[in-house]
Design a protein around this ligand. Structure first.
Ligand code: ADP
Length: 438
């Protein structure tokens, strides 16, 4: 970027210097032309008022031919009477020379003619005298090219000097332009206070957000690892403790059966935990490659509700399905998981004699899955957090019913991948409704 900006500045400098010099030369040449014509006019007036041409025979004696101006006297009919640099006798009629034609008509005339053979311009000024004849003064002068050639060393020198100054300035200007950006890159934590260019605000906002996200993700991963280790440690400690007791022969026969049951329960718990962790990491990985198909959410819910009947009976909770067939484009396996996790929670966090009603309906252009229960409810302050990994309102209740604290995290993940929305409505002691809006 630095090199690019610098190169543009340099190009701009060179272009403007060259262009300025060309234009300046042209302007200078215009002025120069005006000056030459003004000089010629002055000469002509001096000659007229000095009455030099009143007596032609006297004029012949002046050595006017030594100067670089050429003086010509032309009759009103165009015949040349006198020329300071040529013999008037042999010269052709000058009536049609533009400056003479103008002078005969208007009193004075001017002309510049270019001679390719000598690459010089011929400047003429002609004035009509009182007696009707025309006095013309001419001078040879360089063309724009010869003028340019004569001042070229100067122009070249000035051009090089200007370009050198331009190069140094562009170098510093580039550094100055980029300095805030470099400063920002070196200190991501204070982007906002350092944004000098308002055009960069969208970038800095985005970078800051990404930066925060990275930090948040790192923190989350750290927390997750700590949580996982902790969650795995508890059942493993139990398993190791009970098996050690059996190994040392410190357990009676009755104890052995009880300990074995504990070991079984804890290893089952470990399995569920590991399954959920694996599932979550799978969901993390497969974020981009979601395989979807047309599925009937009502059918999926029906299978799930049937599957959970036994669990419902065990908890003395009835579970029923309402609504109609609703086709959505989704990943079937994930939908089964989603409905299962929600219904499972609705049974596990219910009261004996309670009920769960699952609704699959269409509301305007959205398909809505609602799982309602008459359970213990979720306190207001926890409603936001229950979707976090390992977050549990009542840890012991969750554990005693085989919860891992990961079910709703998986639900949230699935919902997000399907571009759906989650809504929680819950009243402590009355029940909970969780809605997924597709
Ligand atoms: P768990 O495996 O502990 O059930 P979840 O992620 O499924 O983990 O749920 C997180 C927490 O949210 C639960 O521990 C529980 O406290 C609360 N929760 C979830 N569903 C319900 C519900 N239907 N009624 C009351 N509390 C619930």
């Amino acid at each position: 970027m630095k090199r690019k900006i610098n190169a543009r500045f340099v190009l701009l400098t060179v272009m403007s210097v060259v262009l300025t010099l060309i234009l300046a030369t042209m302007a200078y040449y215009e002025l120069f032309k005006k000056e030459v014509l003004a000089d010629l006019r002055s000469y002509t007036y001096v000659l007229q008022h000095a009455h030099v041409f009143d007596d032609l025979t006297a004029v012949q004696e002046y050595t006017l031919s030594d100067t670089d101006v050429r003086i010509t006297l032309v009759d009103p009919d165009g015949a040349v009477q006198y020329d300071s640099q040529a013999d008037a006798v042999g010269m052709d009629n000058h009536e049609n020379r533009p400056e003479i034609e103008q002078a005969l008509k208007n009193g004075y005339g001017e002309a510049i003619r270019h001679s390719d053979t000598i690459d010089r311009n011929l400047f003429y000024y002609a004035l009509r005298l009182d007696n009707g004849s025309v006095l013309r003064v001419g001078k040879e002068s360089g063309s724009i090219w010869s003028v340019f050639a004569s001042i070229f060393p100067w122009i070249f020198g000035i051009g090089i000097l200007l370009i050198e100054i331009g190069l140094i300035l562009s170098h510093y200007l580039t550094l100055q332009l980029l300095e805030p950006i470099e400063r920002m890159a070196n200190d991501m934590d204070h982007l906002d206070s350092m944004t000098v260019y308002k055009e960069m605000i969208p970038f800095t906002t985005k970078i800051r957000k990404q930066h925060e996200d990275i930090i948040k993700n790192a923190k989350m991963r750290q927390d997750f690892t700590a949580n996982v280790s902790h969650e795995l440690k508890t059942p493993l400690t139990s398993i190791s403790g009970y098996s050690e007791l059996i190994e040392n022969g410190m357990a009676t026969d009755a104890d052995v059966v009880r300990f074995a049951a504990e070991i079984h329960k804890n290893s089952m718990r470990l399995l569920t935990l590991i399954n959920d962790i694996i599932r979550l990491s799978e969901l993390d990985v497969s974020e981009q490659t979601l395989m979807t198909q047309e599925v009937d959410l009502y059918e999926i819910a029906k299978t799930c509700v049937n599957m959970l009947q036994i669990s419902g009976e065990k908890h003395d909770v009835s579970i029923n399905l309402y609504g109609t067939s609703c086709i959505i484009n989704a990943n079937r396996e994930m939908m089964e998981e989603l409905v299962y996790n929600l219904c499972d929670n609705a049974i596990r966090y219910n009261n004996a004699g309670g009920s769960v009603s699952v609704w699959v309906t269409r509301e305007k252009e959205h398909v809505v899955l609602a799982v309602n229960d008459t359970g213990i409810g979720i306190p207001k302050e926890d409603q936001e957090r229950i979707f976090e990994r390992f977050y549990r309102v009542d840890k012991s209740r969750s554990k005693s019913t085989g919860g891992t604290g990961l079910g709703l995290a998986i639900v949230k993940h699935i919902v997000e991948q399907h571009g759906a929305k989650l809504e929680v409505e819950s009243r402590l002691g009355e029940g909970t409704q969780i809605r997924v809006i597709f």
